[in-house]
Design a protein around this ligand. Structure first.
Ligand code: F6P
Length: 319
């Protein structure tokens, strides 16, 4: 290949910039030209594609968001949209594409690959919900953002002897809630992967209070229900007043942690190597501390499994 493209798509995640930088510089290292596609698949259809030099990706490794911008694009789901995208890439002389994003972005990349345009996927999402990789770029930063929030909430919860509900993102996955719950010492964690028992949860709250606990933190993953819905449920069942913090998009921003920068760099570089072998339809991941590549289809057909041992442990410790 003489020229490849790179884009970021779907919800942005901290560390995407490190991956973009790695793709651009690794390609240049191999004597291959690179172009950045702006605003994800939308930009691919519209042809907002610009050549990138090594200097164009300087000073971004420490920045959150994505320098290439991102979008969710309905038109790209159609055959017409995909053909338009391929036409634009051919016009620019691109022969392969690195797609950094979540499972929705991978579906698009696989569709292009099936149409004869090789794409390689790099997992970038705070949700950590892509099968085939133990970690996605952005998860660690988002997790640390949640922990920082929980620590602050705990201060005020203790002062006022209150129960707080913290709603975290994750779409249909509970990873963010699970890890944050364990690392933040939450009393209860509600995740989509595990059915919950409201009576048991209330019982734990009441026992904690009797034992003299001045604060209680309940982490609820958005995939289970909204924080305010849970608040109403607890009020109705046990007449306990709670306060709700919906962390929202704050979880998606901020300077990436060292771990996410390293992950972005490793994944971006490996994606270029795989693409330059002329192989499309592969996804990059981390399995047992090794960077791997695997069939991209697995990333959106297999089931994502959260590490449920964290759930068990958290329950044992939060007594
Ligand atoms: O996939 C990342 C994510 O932040 C999810 O955790 C969340 O459900 C969703 O994106 C929010 O999407 P949007 O930014 O389009 O509201």
């Amino acid at each position: 290949m003489k020229k490849i493209g790179v884009l970021t798509s779907g919800g942005d995640s901290p560390g995407m910039n490190a991956a973009v930088r790695a793709v651009v510089r690794k390609a240049i290292y191999h004597g291959v030209e690179v172009a950045g596609v702006y605003s994800g698949y939308q930009g691919l259809i519209e042809g907002t594609i610009k050549n990138l030099e090594a200097g164009d990706v300087g000073d971004i490794i420490q920045r959150g968001g994505t320098k290439l911008y991102s979008a969710r694009c309905e038109e790209f789901r159609t055959e017409a949209g995909q053909l338009k995208a391929i036409e634009q890439m051919k016009k620019e002389g691109l022969e392969g594409l690195v797609v950094i994003g979540g499972d929705g972005s991978y579906r698009g990349a696989m569709a292009l690959t099936k149409r004869g345009f090789p794409c390689v996927g790099v997992p970038g999402t705070i949700d950590n919900d892509i099968p085939g990789t133990d970690y996605t770029i952005g998860f660690d930063t988002a997790l640390n953002t949640v922990i920082e929030a929980i620590d602050k909430i705990r201060d005020t919860a203790t002062s006022h002897e209150r129960t707080f509900i913290v709603e975290v993102m994750g779409r249909d996955a509970g990873d963010l809630a699970l890890w944050a719950g364990l690392a933040g010492g939450a009393e209860t964690i509600l995740i989509p992967e595990e059915s919950y028992n409201i009576d048991d949860m209330i019982d734990r709250l009441q026992k904690g209070r009797k034992r003299g606990k001045r604060h209680s933190i309940i982490i609820v993953a958005e995939g289970v229900m909204g924080g305010n819905e849970l608040k109403a449920l607890i009020k109705e069942k046990a007449d306990i007043e709670t306060r709700v913090s919906v962390l929202g998009h704050i979880q998606r921003g901020g300077s990436p942690t060292a771990r996410d920068r390293v992950l972005g760099s490793l994944f971006g570089a490996r994606a270029v190597e795989v693409l330059l072998e002329g192989v499309g339809g592969r996804a990059i991941g981390m399995k047992n501390h090794q960077v791997v590549d695997y069939d991209m289809t697995e990333a959106f057909t297999a089931e994502h499994n959260a590490d449920m041992s964290l759930y068990t442990l958290s329950k044992e410790l939060a007594i």
